[in-house]
Design a protein around this ligand. Structure first.
Ligand SMILES: [Zn+2]
Length: 255
């Protein structure tokens, strides 16, 4: 039985039988795996503290012939954003985002197929989370990059309709999934993003997530990007993620 030791990112777990868990994790070298963590639900389990979403960990596992599920020997956590979030000020928002990041990666990572760039994105975002980066800015950054890695982020420098550079405003018309200039979308009541949002996107293309604190993204621009990204993600995933819906409800102003 081949044994592997992988650098990995924990995405989610679910219950198996009385005492075990199935763990979905993204390895750097062999893509997304599903494995059984024996006894993970027992009180004195050796897996405790290592299986929260977005935990970076060393995972040792072995594969069994003809079985899709691997068997996990141990998980050695390196950093755990969830533990950080529990002590933080905006706990619910942070926890909600951790679940959201993990679900997005899970949706996009193919089974058992290494994707080095997706892994690196997930790992650096996990580190930024653990270091206390602002979660909403981090979410817009992460959405931008995950869409860009799939090659589906629309152009943000020039309008594809007329070729003119965006002059501080771009519109995503209803039912379309690209940004055009105001002249190419006359009278359109689509999703508009302004100068600050465009500037953030250009900077995000060159920045690492641990440098996010220095990027400017005022609240209004952040909301514009949230709406535009939600439309892009829902189109490409053909649904709205559960964790995204929860976050949206959390942010809705109260009565
Ligand atoms: Zn145009």
């Amino acid at each position: 039985m081949p044994v592997y030791k992988a650098e990995a990112l924990i995405l989610r777990t679910y219950k198996l039988g009385e005492a075990d868990r199935i763990v979905v994790f993204l390895t750097r070298d062999r893509g997304k795996k599903r494995g059984v963590a024996k006894g993970a639900r027992r009180q004195r389990s050796r897996f405790i503290g290592g299986l929260e979403p977005m935990t970076r960990a060393g995972v040792q596992y072995y594969e069994r012939e003809q079985r899709e599920l691997v068997r996990i020997n141990f998980v050695e956590p390196v950093s755990c954003p969830m533990a950080m979030a529990f002590g933080g000020e905006h706990r619910d928002l942070a926890l909600g985002h951790i679940g959201y990041f993990a679900e997005l990666i899970d949706e996009w990572a193919p089974e058992s197929h290494a994707d080095e760039r997706l892994y690196r994105l997930g790992a650096t975002v996990a580190d930024a989370l653990a270091a206390g980066a602002p979660v909403e800015r981090l979410a817009r950054y992460f959405e931008y990059w995950i869409l860009r890695l799939q090659g589906v982020y629309p152009a943000v420098t020039a309008c594809p309709g007329c070729g003119a550079a965006f002059d501080g405003l771009a519109v995503m018309p209803p039912r379309e999934h690209l940004f055009v200039c105001r002249r190419c979308a006359p009278g359109s009541n689509g999703t508009t993003i302004g100068r600050e949002a465009l500037r953030f996107l250009k900077a995000a293309g060159a920045a690492r997530p641990d440098g996010l604190a220095s990027l400017v993204l005022p609240a209004a621009a952040e909301r514009e990007l949230e709406t535009a990204h939600r439309r892009l993600l829902n189109l490409h995933l053909e649904k709205e993620l559960k964790s995204a819906r929860v976050l949206r409800e959390m942010r809705r102003p109260g009565p």
